[in-house]
Design a protein around this ligand. Structure first.
Ligand code: GCU
Length: 329
């Protein structure tokens, strides 16, 4: 969904009017926007968090979730949030890179060696430091949600970087993602997620990259029948809250929200394992998508300079070193 300025400002006014409302019984309602559907694991995990917030605050704070990008794209949600017109947004570290460079550390291809390494980072000090890095910029991070490994999908298999030559590949609006596709030899095309189904269908792009829920929940598997498992990145979704909304909460409510958010990350870990297996099965059997095994080394070699450059990039070098130090293999 692309909104023009007028629609966006009307939308902002509506959201502003209804945001962080206090009812007669002093219940605080926090509005949460995200771009996935109601059956997506991340939606379910945020519902779990909302239940826990209600429980831990004895009903003083409630979270109302708006899925499907109904309040705008991820970028628009971040803008609403920074303007105080929205309380909470579920975004992605890739998209957030333009709002807080620290998130760029997550976007370096092959920085994570495996899922355990990924979780050691998310649950460790470096994960917390990145969530707090945006303090003073209008928002702070609350927690991460596993987004699996991202691989290429298209109308043909992509078995080596050479196969990307001449292909327009949709990426999230992130400088690191753009650079990654260039180094691999394809033509990067940043687009909002909500525009991707039509773009694939109409040939505006030749392929994209994501986890398996893109094939099923977002139905991209109807148009792209080959998922080539190069697993170039593991980029978490990130839950962020506006500082304005955060500062209106009592210290007890803040503690309750942090606790619920962290618990929902672990709830999501198991849910993701289960639901991603279901998504793969559905994509294969009901949608006819082929899962293609690829030799990863040529992809790893193509993007190696990105890791080296990150180590001399002041904005992220510290985080990259800390992430590297948590690898055990
Ligand atoms: C993932 C992520 C979304 C993001 C999407 C994308 O699916 O959960 O938050 O928008 O990737 O590629 O844009």
């Amino acid at each position: 969904m692309r909104l023009n300025k007028k629609t966006l400002s009307t939308l902002m006014a509506c959201v502003a009017a209804a945001s962080i409302s206090f009812t007669a019984s002093a219940t605080t309602i926090l509005k949460l926007s995200h771009n996935q559907d109601r059956n997506h694991p991340v939606h379910k995990s945020m519902q779990y968090m909302a239940e826990k917030v209600k429980e831990y605050t004895h009903g003083e704070v409630k979270i109302r979730i708006y899925p499907n990008g109904q309040l705008g794209t991820q970028r628009e949600s971040m803008e609403l949030l920074q303007n105080g017109a929205l309380d909470i947004a579920k975004s992605n570290a890739s998209e957030l890179e333009s709002f807080e460079p620290a998130y760029g550390a997550f976007n370096i291809p092959y920085i994570f060696h495996d899922r355990d390494h990924f979780y050691r980072v998310l649950t460790g000090q470096v994960g917390d430091d990145i969530l707090n890095a945006s303090k003073g910029k209008g928002f702070i991070g609350l927690t991460y949600y596993d987004g699996g490994a991202r691989s290429f999908y298209a109308k043909k298999p992509i078995k080596s970087p050479a196969d990307l030559k001449g292909m327009k590949i949709r990426v999230q609006p992130s400088p690191t993602a753009v650079n990654m596709i260039k180094l691999m030899g394809g033509s990067p095309t940043p687009l909002a997620y909500g525009e991707l189904y039509t773009a694939l269908q109409q040939g505006v792009v030749d392929g994209a990259e994501n986890n398996e829920t893109a094939l099923t929940n977002s139905r991209h598997g109807e148009v792209a029948k080959f998922f080539s498992m190069d697993e170039h990145t593991m980029i978490p979704d990130v839950l962020v809250i506006s500082e304005e909304s955060w500062n209106k909460l009592t210290p007890d409510q803040q503690v309750a929200i942090r606790k619920a958010a962290k618990e929902s990350m672990l709830y999501h870990k198991d849910l993701w394992t289960k639901m991603i297996a279901e998504a793969q099965e559905k994509a294969k059997t009901a949608m006819g998508v082929s899962f293609v095994k690829v030799e990863k080394q040529p992809f790893i070699d193509a993007v190696k300079p990105m890791h080296d450059e990150a180590l001399s990039n002041q904005a992220i070098a510290k985080y990259v070193k800390e992430i590297d130090a948590l690898a055990t293999n």
